[in-house]
Design a binder for this molecule. Structure first.
Ligand code: NI
Length: 175
């Protein structure tokens, strides 16, 4: 294993979580190190997905692992991902986000998506995602466009959650 390190996760509200990220140019050693760190950070949290802007890196990269706790880990790194197809069938899933701790809400999204992306070796793939993978991949892709899952909720719910997070950040800052 290369040296991995856990990076701090930004908590909403933060302007960096609301920006559109830049495509990754070269899939080089620093991107591979970033991907390793993001996986380590995600597993430590623990979570099933983490996107670049959540660790303050404004690049189009995210990691996911939706394997059951009992099965072998299934880490995936998606660089410059794009949706190439989505199902008309929708699926509602209770989502959470490492940048909005301890908040869960139902979000409806296409049940299946196909995504084109580069892997950690810069190789292009096109994979179909379903079930939890489809939810996670779409949730993480949203992060690269400055969209959070709470943006799908009513304004009143979003405001309540945002106020709760502001309070949490204040408490954490006080220590
Ligand atoms: Ni998230």
């Amino acid at each position: 294993m290369r040296g991995m390190s856990i990076r701090p996760i930004l908590i909403h509200p933060d302007p960096r979580l609301k920006k559109v990220c830049e495509p990754v140019g070269d899939v080089n050693a620093s991107i591979r190190k970033l991907a390793d760190d993001m996986l380590e950070t995600m597993y430590d949290a623990p979570g099933v997905g983490l996107a670049g802007p959540q660790v303050g890196v404004m690049k189009r990269i995210f990691v996911i692992d939706c394997a059951d706790k009992e099965s072998t880990p299934d880490p995936m790194v998606l660089i410059n991902p794009e949706i190439t197809w989505k199902s008309e069938d929708l699926h509602t899933y209770e989502e959470g986000c490492l940048s909005i701790p301890e908040v869960y809400a139902e979000v409806t999204r296409p049940e299946m998506v196909r995504m084109s992306y580069l892997d950690i070796d810069g190789k292009r793939h096109e994979d179909e995602f379903d079930a939890l993978y489809a939810t996670a991949a779409q949730h993480e892709l949203d992060h690269l466009n400055g969209t959070l899952f709470i943006d799908y909720l009513s304004k009143i719910k979003r405001t309540m959650i945002t106020n709760k997070m502001k309070k949490l950040k204040k408490e954490r800052a006080r220590g």
